[in-house]
Design a protein around this ligand. Structure first.
Ligand SMILES: *Cc1c(COP(=O)(O)O)cnc(C)c1O
Length: 379
């Protein structure tokens, strides 16, 4: 074995290629490129899949979160709590909606910590974004208990399509949710895309207007919206892939269990935990290792596609921190950022590839243990 990529989308494409080609032909034959039947069909199927009344296709996952916030009436003067450890887009969407970001720390399972959330609430807190990071849902019941009924609970379900929380799907757990169909997500398009999910008729109607210049009919503009619509061609891809999503997620869970077994007993490695009540969909399989940067460099040099999601908590990024980042305010997120390592996981990854990843990781860890004990012996 010479290399294992972090992600290989060609394996998914092979399963849906014929369906996508004939679907593209149908769209092209009717020239129905914007908000046509292909988009409506996908929206209905995805709403049904998530167990919500409405799914509204939009241009990107970032837009989906912004429009979810605006649809829920969040804007200037409002504080929105966001976990410190997420992809930057979650926080970006809050600022794009005109509201203020307040960060909170995560727990050891990488999910928003409801206890820390309590300490970050202000009199202006109007919403909290529960990010279902790496493919398992945040503790939405505990979060709801902390924020109370009048604060909007918004899900960032970009990494958790198909995940379940006590039997209910991600996207149906709060007041409104946003998800992303960026190609590398569990349900990925062939370009950018996203959706807003909600069972509130009022929020759905508002988001449908906002994504389409503030109106649903041509040249009727009820408020200032934007242009953020899911393309018909992307809807064709997503409809074809949606019918395979549960199988692909089951394959990811199988691969994760295999990693758990292969890495068990490897000293210093902590495998990810599935929180009781959750069905994980392993958008990422994230282990914690000592001496992470050296191990990352060694595995990369050996052709193994490992990554860090994410190298810095969002409040420490230059865009959010200002010139002098204040470290120490998010101790768990800051510590985890230095330990995490994402291993390759995707439908089609072979057992042989996994065995190779586990073997090279074990050797890299062994070298770091040897260095440490060597130092001790010398000292
Ligand atoms: C991918 C992602 C987004 C943003 O989605 P885009 O489609 O890239 O705009 C937001 N939040 C999380 C957690 C993500 O992983």
């Amino acid at each position: 074995m010479t290399s294992v990529p972090m992600l290989d989308l060609s394996l998914q494409h092979a399963q849906v290629a014929d369906e996508i080609r004939s679907g593209f032909d149908r769209v092209i034959a009717t020239s129905s490129y914007i908000l046509g039947p292909a988009v409506r069909e996908f929206e209905a199927a995805f709403a049904d899949y998530c167990g919500v009344g409405h799914a509204i296709g939009v241009g990107t996952g970032t837009d989906a979160i912004e429009l979810a916030l605006r649809g829920a009436g969040i804007g200037p003067g409002d504080d929105v709590v966001v976990p410190a450890n997420t992809f930057v887009a979650t926080a970006e969407a809050v600022l794009r909606a005109g509201a203020t970001v307040v960060f909170a720390d995560c727990d050891e399972d990488f999910l928003l910590d409801p206890h820390d959330l309590r300490t970050r609430m202000t009199p202006r807190t109007r919403a909290v974004i529960a990010v279902h990071l790496y493919g398992q849902t945040a503790a939405v019941d505990e979060i709801r208990a902390v924020v109370g009924p009048s604060v909007a609970l918004i899900e960032d379900a970009a990494q958790a399509q198909g995940a379940r929380y006590h039997g209910r799907r991600a996207g149906s757990l709060g007041d409104v949710a946003g998800t992303s169909f960026y190609p590398g997500k569990n349900l990925g398009a062939y370009g950018d895309g996203g959706a807003v999910m909600t069972s509130s008729h009022a929020i759905a109607e508002r988001v449908k207007m906002l994504r389409n210049h503030g109106g649903v009919r041509k040249y009727e503009h009820w408020e200032v919206g934007t242009n953020s619509r899911l393309d018909s061609l992307q809807a064709v891809v997503l409809s074809a892939k949606l019918t395979r999503l549960d199988d692909w997620n089951a394959e990811r869970r199988h691969l994760a269990e295999r990693y758990d077994g292969l890495l068990a007993g490897l000293s210093g490695v902590t495998c990810p935990r599935t929180v009781p009540g959750n069905e994980h969909v392993y958008h990422q399989y994230v282990v914690r290792v000592p001496d992470r940067d050296r191990i990352l460099a060694e595995l990369t040099a050996e052709g193994i596609g490992v990554g860090i999601h994410y190298p810095l908590p969002v409040p420490l990024l230059p865009a959010f921190a200002g010139p002098v980042p204040a470290t120490g305010a998010f101790p768990v997120a800051e510590r985890l950022a230095n330990e995490i390592l994402s291993l390759p996981i995707y439908p089609g990854l072979t057992h042989a590839q996994q065995d190779y990843v586990a073997e090279r990781l074990a050797l890299a860890i062994g070298r770091s243990t040897a260095v440490v004990s060597g130092t001790r012996a010398a000292g």
